[in-house]
Design a protein around this ligand. Structure first.
Ligand code: MF3
Ligand code: CO
Length: 260
């Protein structure tokens, strides 16, 4: 069941999204060799709580962190840990903020120090594929148009799209209908209507698309252990227009010329 949102509800979701965006900016300051992923998690947790909101991942289905942390071959749902970031790593930080009963969800994959040019290219392409998906997310189109736009762009560049994990509707709950896959056929799937709010989140692998879930029941990694990148925005369709409710501007401010 897809819950269409009123303009007022979309404004509340936007507030949650802005806070999520600011929290990602705070985390960005700590993405450097030598920082533990635990530290990044605690920075985000404190920032979100201090701003009167809740890190929605914490405790969700038993998830132990405030943020999902995705180092190198981790695709999604990595736990914060004592792992120290190292020069050449990439790290995806996926954060969901619940503010006044509404959720905002986003993810950015960061380079840690100097990163291999081939991996930087994977990251750029993944981020660009997110914007291809957003571009296809228009009133009157279908979810399959979004999915196909992402898949086509990614595969044209020689990378592969993870099938098992999808984007999703979002609102009062972090995960609502519809599912928003990153692969599919144009003209298929639910119709995109005014009031629809979705998280679009391509997860793109350098090597094969296959994944493995670790024995902790959460951590999803590439089977071939090659790197994977992940970018995500929360997007609303309202008044015939598509609005990106989250922003990478705060990350950009921190990274300066290292911004991808
Ligand atoms: N953006 C992630 C998702 O949509 C957030 C997951 S939070 C978790 O799956 F608690 F489920 F890990
Ligand atoms: Co999401």
């Amino acid at each position: 069941m897809i819950y269409l949102k009123t303009p007022e509800e979309i404004e509340l979701i936007r507030k949650a999204c802005v806070l999520a965006s600011r929290s990602l900016g705070e985390m960005a300051k700590w993405v450097t060799p030598g920082t533990t992923t635990h530290k990044i998690d605690s920075i985000a947790k404190e920032f979100i709580l201090d701003n009167g909101a809740r890190p929605a991942c914490l405790g969700y289905g038993g998830f132990p962190g405030a943020v999902c942390i995705e180092v190198n071959e981790t695709v999604v749902h990595g736990f914060p840990s004592t792992y120290c970031l190292r020069e050449g790593d990439i790290v995806g930080l996926d954060v969901v903020v619940e503010l006044d009963g509404f959720n905002g969800d986003m993810c950015y994959t960061f380079p840690v120090g100097d990163v291999d040019e081939g991996v930087l290219k994977l990251m750029r392409t993944t981020k660009e594929s997110l914007y291809k998906g957003i571009d296809a997310c228009r009133e009157g189109h279908r979810i399959g148009d979004v999915a196909n736009a992402v898949q086509t762009y990614v595969e044209r560049h020689g990378y592969s799209v993870v099938r098992e994990m999808c984007g999703h509707g979002i609102g009062r709950k972090m995960h609502e209908d519809p599912e928003v896959p990153n692969y599919g056929r144009r003209g298929t799937g639910p119709l995109i209507k005014n009031g629809m709010v979705i998280a679009i989140e391509p997860m793109v692998n350098l090597g094969s698309r296959n994944i493995v879930i670790e024995s902790d029941g959460w951590t999803c990694r590439t089977r071939d252990r090659k790197p994977s990148a992940h970018y995500e925005h929360t997007v609303a369709v309202s008044g015939g227009e598509t609005h990106i409710l989250t922003t990478f501007d705060y990350v950009k401010e921190v990274l300066g010329d290292r911004y991808i």
